[in-house]
Structures are given as C-alpha cells and as structure tokens.
Design a protein around this ligand. Structure first.
Ligand code: 99T
Length: 209
C-alpha cells in the first residue's frame, strides 16, 4: 500500500466523483488518492474547495505539487495516463471520439439530473419552474432512448470511459430520481446496468442509501 500523493474533493452522492473513483479502482490507483469530503451546492459553496476550484464544483483533484485539476473529464483523462494497463480512454482514432461522445451523453444526463435535484431539493416549492424541470427530464429520457436503441453493444464491449460514465449516470438516476423509472422504457440498458453494477469498482462506490 502506497502513501496517497493526491487529494480528491469528493462526496459519495456525486456521479461525477463516482466516475473518478470507478476509474481509480479499475486501474488499480485507489491507494494513490486521499479523499477529502465536502458537500458544495450552488447556494452553499465550500470555502476550501472554492480556494482550489473557483467554480466550486466536485470533483477536483489536488496533485502532489499542488496543481488542482477539474472537472471530472480532465481528471479522468489525467488519471488514465497514470497507469500502465490498457487506456480506458482511447488515445486516438474514431474509437476515441465515439467513446468520448457516449461519455458526453452520460455527462449530459448527469448535468440534467443534478439540476433537477437542485431545483427540487434546494428551491422553495412555490418557485419551482415546472416546464424547465420537465425539459431537463426530457433530456434524460431522450438520451436513454438513444443509448437503448444504438449503443448497448458498444457499452457491453468493454468497461471504459463510455461505460463507466453511463453506469454512473444510471446509478445517479436510481439514487436521486427513482420516480423517472428509467428501466420501464429501456430494458436492454437495465440488463446491462444490472451486470456492470456488480463490478467491484461499482459496488465500492455506490451512493449512500
Ligand atoms: O453546482 C455547484 O455549485 C456544486 N455542484 C457540484 O459540485 C456537483 C456535485 S454533484 N458537481 C458537478 O456538477 C460537476 C460537473 C462537472 N462538469 C464535472 O466535474 O464533470 C452532486 C449531486 C447530488 O448531491 O445529488
């Protein structure tokens, strides 16, 4: 076991942080990172985090030399260069752009799902903007439909940046938005999710119950 040389600002509820932790586990780098808990929200920034990341979002990763990396996409890219196994982000060719685009679809679902969470959990009910909420949910629904119809075989082919990102997005929907019942319209995605959720990296990083 090595002494951690990096610090990850994290919260177990965050699907963006979970992507980082899954990649660390999948590439055998968990021991290199110490976890520093924080719970920033758009209305309650974390002072220490804001010092390191002016945008005030997690994940942020402080390296041994004090450099701070963010956001999750940058951190994943960095960490994927820090191990000797097969890269989890293809380095070039069409695979790179396709896998990153699938990952971006997952990030888009996470963004929409987190915004819905903030609107419903942090804003007084009388101020909720129903049309805005519904269109955020529609972003998620449309993306799920495309993954279900076009991307299952690609996701199932290997567990990399694309699969990690989609798995973490689906885990977040289960955690914060079970009311969306995303499995009903997406049975192939549901079956794939059930399988990859059993990976040690996914089990170790499950959001709190
Ligand atoms: O918006 C804020 O001020 C604080 N929010 C965050 O730090 C969220 C935590 S998820 N992180 C992001 O939105 C990161 C997005 C960025 N593009 C990335 O890293 O990829 C918390 C979810 C929850 O508590 O339910």
């Amino acid at each position: 076991m090595s002494v951690p040389s990096m610090t990850l600002f994290h919260n177990p509820a965050s699907p963006f942080v979970r992507k980082v932790r899954v990649l660390l586990a999948e590439t055998g780098q968990q021991d290199r990172v110490a976890l520093q808990g924080c719970m920033p929200t758009p209305v309650q920034p974390d002072a220490q985090l804001v010092h390191d990341n002016p945008v005030g979002k997690i994940p942020a990763l402080r390296l041994a030399d004090g450099t701070v990396l963010h956001d999750s996409r940058v951190i994943l890219d960095y960490l994927d260069y820090q191990h000797v196994g097969n890269p989890l982000i293809p380095r070039d060719g069409s695979a790179r752009w396709r896998r990153l685009t699938l990952a971006s679809m997952a990030d888009g679902m996470m963004d929409a799902a987190v915004l819905v969470r903030y609107e419903t959990a942090l804003r007084p009910p009388e101020k909720h903007w129903d049309q805005w909420l519904e269109e955020q949910r529609n972003k998620i629904r449309r993306t799920l439909v495309e993954l279900e119809s076009d991307a299952i075989a690609e996701l199932a082919s290997h567990f990399d940046i694309a699969s990690i990102s989609v798995a973490c997005a689906l885990g977040y929907l289960d955690f914060r938005h079970p009311d969306l019942q995303w499995r009903d319209a997406n049975p192939k995605l549901a079956a794939w999710c059930a399988e990859v959720s059993q990976r040690p990296s996914m089990l170790q990083t499950q959001p709190p119950v």
